[in-house]
Design a protein around this ligand. Structure first.
Ligand SMILES: NC(=O)c1ccc[n+]([C@@H]2O[C@H](COP(=O)([O-])OP(=O)(O)OC[C@H]3O[C@@H](n4cnc5c(N)ncnc54)[C@H](OP(=O)(O)O)[C@@H]3O)[C@@H](O)[C@H]2O)c1
Length: 289
């Protein structure tokens, strides 16, 4: 990824569909479409990472609490050894779990060790925890200074005041906010709020999450748009996230699905289709945390 520039961004970051990246407020370029690792076993995470890189993905999203950082590291090394990618072409995100917030410096070193990399592209705090999330964020700032982390951000902050509480206590503006976001929960309020910091939104449960995908796939608006373009409902939803300006990280343990999820560059939703998708907002979350 590119070296950071010196300018401080403000305003919601624009997506570049040519390079398939967005410039974060940290100055680094981040791929706008990645593969997520939640609930994948070790062997699934290793294979999915490898298949993803082979299919063209350049962003992998894992977390300490998923227990598969080592496996992601193995999948990455397999792809590097086969000449599919170089380390600097791949953007790795991991997350600091709440029980590590009191011990952030050690948690960062442990993630680096498990992933087997000498820097992490993006680390985010996994969940708001007012008791000590500022301490954890300050540890990530020290790691940026030390060259261990490139960009830092947040996950699961659903209240603008809570987001501002953290931002006002730290120096580096969060590069990214990762929240549950899909057509039934579009995160409009938070997205508008974080734009003032140049923070970009990333969607988790982009397809509704395991066990819920059929609810979205069979929605008549989504399946109708899919039919019109000759693509799958999953592809329509992914394309909607990207056109709406949400970094999208679907998860899959199936190589065919992984290929399909990356094959979203040759069609475009029309303005009318985007408006139909926007109208699906139901303020409905699938997760209860
Ligand atoms: N920050 C947080 O608290 C948080 C919470 C949850 C998730 N996340 C992140 O967000 C990522 C995505 O969320 P998620 O995995 O929970 O949910 P998701 O991506 O919305 O849904 C995953 C489901 O979609 C299916 N799928 C994927 N592509 C498909 C396709 N082309 N056709 C049919 N089915 C398809 C998968 O099945 P197959 O395996 O059979 O393809 C799986 O059942 C996670 O992996 C994780 O990295 C973060």
């Amino acid at each position: 990824m590119n070296e950071p520039g010196s300018e401080e961004a403000s305003g919601y970051p624009a997506f570049d569909f040519g390079s398939r990246t967005v410039k974060l407020n940290s100055g680094y370029d981040m791929p706008i479409l990645g593969l997520g690792m939640f609930s994948l076993t070790d062997s699934q995470a290793e294979n999915s990472t490898y298949w993803a890189l082979k299919a063209g993905f350049r962003l992998i999203d894992t977390a300490r609490i998923y227990g598969n950082e080592d496996a992601v590291g193995r999948g990455l090394r397999r792809a590097i050894e086969e000449g599919i990618v170089t380390r600097d072409e791949v953007f790795i995100t991991t997350k600091m779990w709440t029980s590590d917030f009191g011990n952030g410096d050690a948690a960062i070193d442990a993630s680096l060790e498990r992933l087997g990399v000498d820097y992490i592209d993006l680390m985010i705090l996994h969940h708001s925890q007012p008791r000590n999330d500022v301490d954890a964020y300050l540890a990530m700032e020290r790691a940026v200074e030390a060259g261990k982390l490139r960009s830092i951000g947040l996950s699961n902050y659903y209240d603008p005041e809570d987001f501002d509480r953290l931002v006002s206590a730290v120096s580096i503006k969060p590069a990214l906010l990762q929240n549950e976001t899909h057509p039934y929960h579009q995160s409009g309020l938070m997205k508008e709020h974080i734009a003032q910091y140049g923070t970009v939104l990333e969607s988790w449960f982009p397809l509704g999450g395991r066990g819920n995908t059929q609810t979205l796939f069979s929605d008549p608006v989504i399946s109708g748009i899919a039919g019109a373009h000759g693509v799958s409902s999953a592809q329509v939803i992914i394309r909607w996230h990207l056109q709406a300006g949400n970094i999208c990280i679907p998860s899959s343990s199936n190589e065919q699905h992984i290929k399909e999820d990356y094959d979203v560059w040759s069609f475009e939703l029309t303005e009318e289709e985007m408006a139909q998708m926007t109208a699906l907002e139901k303020d409905r979350r699938f997760a209860d945390y």
